[in-house]
Design a protein around this ligand. Sequence first.
Ligand SMILES: Nc1ccn([C@@H]2O[C@H](COP(=O)(O)O)[C@@H](O)[C@H]2O)c(=O)n1
Ligand SMILES: C[C@@]1(CO)OP(=O)(O)OP(=O)(O)OC[C@H]1O
Length: 159
Amino acid sequence: MNIRIGNGYDIHKLVTGRPLILGGIEIPHSLGLLGHSDADVLTHAIMDALLGALGMGDIGHYFPPSDPKWKGANSMRLMEQVAEMIVSQGWKIGNIDSTVIAERPKLKPHLKSMRDSLAQTLKVDIDRISIKATTNEELGPVGREEGICAYAVVLLVKD
Ligand SMILES: Nc1ccn([C@@H]2O[C@H](COP(=O)(O)O)[C@@H](O)[C@H]2O)c(=O)n1
Ligand SMILES: C[C@@]1(CO)OP(=O)(O)OP(=O)(O)OC[C@H]1O
């Protein structure tokens, strides 16, 4: 069996007047993430990890922030395209582990919906997808609630 590993990281600013979307789920909060797309920082980190495992660059290469086509893009639709790249090369997702670092809001009540949403989009069982949440203990820009960041690691397998 062949295996490939990939890691991804992303960070977006928190601002007023934008929805907070993580893993394709809108989470009630007074602030949202700023970006050219929907700024779904978790989905972006996972996409970068998937592309990294394939040695195929990063999301900015396929969906350039300079291209008006991706303005307001739903990141789950972009991830569908990345999933197709994986499948077309004969790879399957072994598992994904991720961490969202956010001072607020509490993400624990939303983690199951976020995992469900990612599993459905990637067409894998939910038990292959892990999302953890932690604060930054009030340290740095994330600790000051200026932004939210996410890390992801993926394992791809091929028979
Ligand atoms: N945005 C967040 C951050 C954390 N959690 C949950 O709280 C637990 C404790 O977090 P610490 O940063 O203080 O270690 C953590 O294990 C998460 O379950 C959360 O739900 N949302
Ligand atoms: C998906 C894209 C499209 O503009 O989203 P952005 O909101 O610009 O987010 P970023 O993580 O800075 O870069 C990835 C982009 O390709």
